[in-house]
Design a binder for this molecule. Structure first.
Ligand code: 3SL
Length: 243
């Protein structure tokens, strides 16, 4: 297995896809996806385009669907939900499909959609993703941060580092043997420095600050927990994730 970390979808090699792609948007799309599936959601279907989301979700019975839309951190007018994982309670999501569009997370998922396997990861379900990698041993693995509108996001690269750090620890292989690019080594270093204070890291991150201005402090706290959900969101058909 070789791990490659890409800070944003734009930095991934063109015209290639890996054996396994892991999309990361800690704040907050992939934390929300893990939460919905862990709470009994039927599936999460992701869209970059809001009109397409509305059109496809229209074909589902209203009692079996939820529409979640985020732009600029806020909820899209007329949608059931924004992108707060804390809103995704079992009472609300159980048995329903979440149709979701967010600013950056869904763009990262679109970029890797044609990979043989596509997973989503956040700190909250990191251990389950690592367990999958150790069991299945895909040859080429990309961990792709969503970033913010094309630029680097501290929290996504730290989560990529958390995954790589755990693979190194559990496989007992040296980092240089697993690392396919330099970004893996720097992501591990970033995670190692902040692993006991991820909430503190989020407070330094530009998107963390943006969410704090929107009074999403509880979301940051929730997303800073590590290994608390045993859910593996995996793409079953393009854009549709189940556990
Ligand atoms: O950009 C995204 O995909 C979102 O996760 C951003 S937010 O955290 O909902 O603001």
């Amino acid at each position: 297995m070789k791990l490659f970390v890409y800070h944003t979808p734009e930095l991934t090699p063109k015209d290639q896809v890996p054996d396994c792609a892991i999309a990361v948007d800690v704040l907050r799309a992939t934390s929300t996806i893990a939460t919905v599936l862990s709470a009994g959601g039927e599936a999460v279907q992701v869209f970059s385009d809001l009109d397409e989301l509305i059109a496809v979700s229209e074909t589902w019975p209203p009692q079996k669907r939820l529409r979640a839309g985020e732009r600029g951190g806020g909820k899209v007018v007329g949608f059931d939900l924004g992108n707060s994982p804390l809103d995704c309670t079992p009472e609300l999501v159980e048995g329903r499909r979440l149709f979701i569009s967010t600013t950056n997370g869904t763009r990262a998922l679109k970029r890797v959609q044609d990979s043989a396997t596509v997973l989503t990861a956040a700190f909250i379900n990191r251990a389950t993703v690592v367990q999958y990698l150790l069991e299945k041993q895909p040859e080429i693995v990309w961990i792709v941060g969503s970033g913010w509108e094309g630029s680097y996001s501290l929290e996504d690269t730290a989560c990529a580092g958390a995954i790589a750090h755990s693979v190194v620890e559990k496989s007992q292989l040296p980092p240089e043997e697993l690392a396919g690019n330099d970004e893996v080594i720097s992501a591990i270093a970033l995670y190692s420095q902040w692993q006991n204070n991820l909430l503190g890291l989020f407070h330094h991150a530009s998107h963390g600050k943006r969410l704090l201005r929107l009074e999403c402090h509880e979301d940051l706290k929730y997303c800073s927990q590590t290994d608390v959900l045993t859910v593996l969101p995996i793409q079953k058909e393009p854009g549709v994730f189940k556990s």
